[in-house]
Unconditional design. Sequence first.
Length: 148
Amino acid sequence: MIRERWKNTPVMKDGYIRIYDPNHPNAVSGGYVLEHRKVMADHLGRPLRLDELVHHLNDDPTDNRIENLELDTRQSHASYHDKRREYNRAWTIEEDELLVSLWPADIPKAEIEPQFERTWNALKLRAKNLKIRRPDSQRRTSNWRKHR
């Protein structure tokens, strides 16, 4: 059951939404249950075990639609985040040099991204930090600000 968001939705500091439901088997002291855990438990028709975690596929802790949630164990969830840490590892000098040589060239995203094993957003951010730009043909050329 996902209810409509309203002004007084209790959102925790880490972004997760909690619901007051003292009778829910997964409620913690104070009677609150994390909404994503409640949605998954209701979907499964049983309370969640302590070793079960609910993962948000799009990494948005407020998006508690069942299609965005995945039941996971603590061990496999930790391994997922270990892989993400590797994915977001520090940049090497060689990677910087490769990015400087490829970024200004008119090479498609699909050919650049696999060479780094990083997300496109990570590459864009690194390029911005290195003060290198893509050719105009590869950048969005929206003029929406001019027409405000």
